[in-house]
Design a protein around this ligand. Structure first.
Ligand SMILES: *Cc1c(COP(=O)(O)O)cnc(C)c1O
Length: 402
């Protein structure tokens, strides 16, 4: 890419817009023919609704933190609704609070900050606070620990590739600030045994945060459909906080997520000595965009529980179709019993790096997992019809890789 000089003269609106339209057309070309390139896609109509809503709320900020300046009434309503809906969906008890964030990473940072504030005075003098997570936990917890100056201890997963509650218990000590569990883990799509880890957290008096980026806003609708889904939300005693991403299985525009804390209120960031009136925020950003939240509100209102249930059912059919098609290809298997949208395809026979490369040449976007070696699939509700093609290409990839 060439280095651009800052534009000396402005261009006409028409020039700016036609230039951008051309860039967007090239975006589409770059992705054309790559299957699985679209993540968290609930149909073009929903994506377009989210985009139009963002345009409608372009420039709208979230509720004001300036004394005397009211929140936009629209954003106040949207935020209050999203908070209430999030609390309901993760089965939060009275007293819980929802913080609207920009994504799973911000939610993890804020959850760890709350745990750190609650625990820091009780830590042994001179010790560095510790967070305990399984090897399969999303790297956002590494980022959170680094930012807060804490040490992340990753413990190996069990042979079934889920977090090992006994190993997490063994790693818990006087400097432990928080335990971290995933529902499901991004690495392999499998759900940790949250009730078992919550029991350990309670026994040691430390907080447990559940990373529900992938599952928290999907499981409620799977349950309504009668699917068997493990319990991992605030209905489990000992879970202190849970994250959920409206921009994943809520199908909102990017930048909409939530952190729910069992024991509210959140500890705000506040600095009272500033020459201006205290600026009080409870999430990371100062100026925070309202548009992604408005898109989450619009999509949720458009779909309702019935719409999300239909999408969850379609996702279940997709998962079943892929699992069945993969099981018919000799030498491959799906890892464990995935219940959400992620799955890992492993092999006891084939070099998965070579299979991954061959699948990429056939136009499949998957991530290559190293432990265990496998292809990481992120399925969309409408993908069931791709399963047969996928299995056929997997079979020929195996021949190439042999
Ligand atoms: C996506 C994801 C995250 C990070 O969320 P961002 O919205 O990308 O910041 C964390 N954990 C899991 C399980 C995820 O899938």
């Amino acid at each position: 890419m060439r280095t651009a000089r800052f534009p000396a003269q402005g261009q006409s609106e028409a020039e700016v817009e036609s230039g951008l339209r051309l860039m967007r057309a090239r975006d589409r070309d770059a992705f054309a023919g790559i299957r699985f390139a679209r993540r968290f896609h609930a149909g073009d109509d929903i994506a377009e609704l989210a985009a139009r809503t963002c345009a409608l709320f372009a420039g709208a900020g979230r509720a004001s933190h300036y004394p005397g300046l009211p929140a936009l009434p629209s954003m106040a309503r949207i935020q209050a609704d999203l908070e209430a809906w999030s609390l309901e969906l993760v089965r939060a008890p009275a007293g819980a609070v929802a913080l609207l964030t920009s994504g799973g990473t911000e939610s993890a940072i804020l959850a760890l900050r709350e745990a750190w504030i609650a625990r820091r005075k009780a830590l042994p003098p001179g010790s560095v606070g510790e967070v305990i997570a399984a090897a399969t936990a999303h790297p956002c917890i590494d980022k959170a620990a680094e930012l807060l100056g804490l040490r992340l201890i990753r413990v190996p997963a069990r042979p079934d590739h889920r977090a090992d509650p006994a190993a997490m218990a063994a790693a818990t000590g006087p400097a432990t600030v928080m335990l971290y569990a995933s529902a499901p883990a991004y690495a392999n799509g499998l759900c940790d045994d949250v009730p078992a880890i919550a029991t350990i957290a309670r026994a040691h008096g430390v907080r447990l945060h559940v990373d529900g980026s992938m599952g928290a806003l999907l499981a409620p609708f799977q349950r309504m459909n009668g699917d068997e889904v493990p319990d991992f939300d605030l209905s489990v005693p000992g879970v202190a906080s849970i994250s959920g991403d409206w921009h994943k299985h809520g199908y909102a525009a990017k930048g909409a997520a939530v952190l729910v804390l069992r024991d509210g209120p959140a500890t705000p960031f506040a600095y009272a000595e500033h020459p201006l009136p205290p600026m009080i925020t409870d999430t990371l950003a100062g100026t925070a965009p309202g548009a992604p939240l408005a898109s989450a509100w619009a999509v949720a209102t458009r779909l309702g529980a019935a719409g999300y249930c239909a999408l969850a059912a379609a996702l279940g059919e997709t998962r079943t179709a892929f699992a069945a098609a993969i099981a018919r290809v000799p030498g491959f298997a799906v890892l464990g019993d995935p219940r959400f949208s992620l799955m890992l395809v492993t092999s006891n026979r084939h070099d998965m790096a070579a299979v991954h490369a061959a699948m990429a040449r056939s136009g499949w976007f998957t991530l290559l997992s190293h432990a265990p070696a496998g292809l990481h699939l992120n399925l969309n509700p409408g993908d069931a019809a791709l399963a047969a093609d996928f299995a056929r290409d997997l079979q020929s990839a195996a021949r190439t890789a042999a």
